[in-house]
Design a protein around this ligand. Sequence first.
Ligand code: AMP
Length: 287
Amino acid sequence: MTLRFGVPNKGRLNEKTIELLVKAGIELGDDIGRKLYIKASNQDVEIMFVRAQDIPEFIERGAIDVGITGLDQVAESGYDLVDVMDLQFGFCRLSVAVPEGSPIRDVKDIKDGSRIATSFPKITKKYFDSLGKNVSVIVVSGAAEIMPYLGVSDYIVDLVSTGSTLKMNRLVEIGTIVESQAAIISSKASLEANKAEIDEIASSIYSVLRAENKKYLMANVPKSVLDRVEEIVPGLEGPTVIPLAGNSGFAAVHAVIDAAEVYRVISELKKIGAKGILTMPIERQVD
Ligand code: AMP
């Protein structure tokens, strides 16, 4: 049976999600951005482009089998869905913020009856209920930051990543309700019915995520200093050393290294006389 996979059709998670799926080997052709759904040409997967915030609802109802959305959306839906895998992008947090001039600097000091504008009414209500506070939640569909300025609310609950939007709107973050990032989401029922297919896509995506922070390194190293290479280049299982035809003084060293280590490794290899140093991107890392 075709696996129905929900992908954000626009917004912050859209581009990176499509990039991940394509890198994971799901061929989507040239119609991305024009079609509402695309059948992958090489796998039994149909990609449905829907709003990130609708994905939990569609999974709960069985309209789609699996999807990628923010964990904040899953929390707001209130459904007991399964986080199959965190995807290490779309990091943000749902926070309580107050106007700069407000004397309130701790959520505990927010008074009963305060008006809080948010597009996350369910989690907001649950959060303040858990603090024993009876606040008035004002539902907006966006631009919550402007609501205190308009006099619509006293405080806001909104998504923050760098904090620069809050700052621009002269708001101060005083508490975090939930931390979020993009994730592969499914339901218990769908996982039971589609476990093999979902596992396969998740492990392809995992191999892409792992490879994103890695580089493949090659260098020709004087044989006399090969023993130094292992400390400079901590590969996955130690570097691979290959003899070089016709050049008895050097051996080729190949290794997978963290992208963050490239600068250090190259400069240390140069110091011990390495030549022909190359680094290359890795598409996937599969164990
Ligand atoms: P969209 O409203 O379609 O742009 O998607 C919003 C989703 O992107 C949210 O539900 C979050 O999971 C994620 N996201 C990541 N960083 C932020 C941010 N700074 N502001 C809003 N949403 C963010």
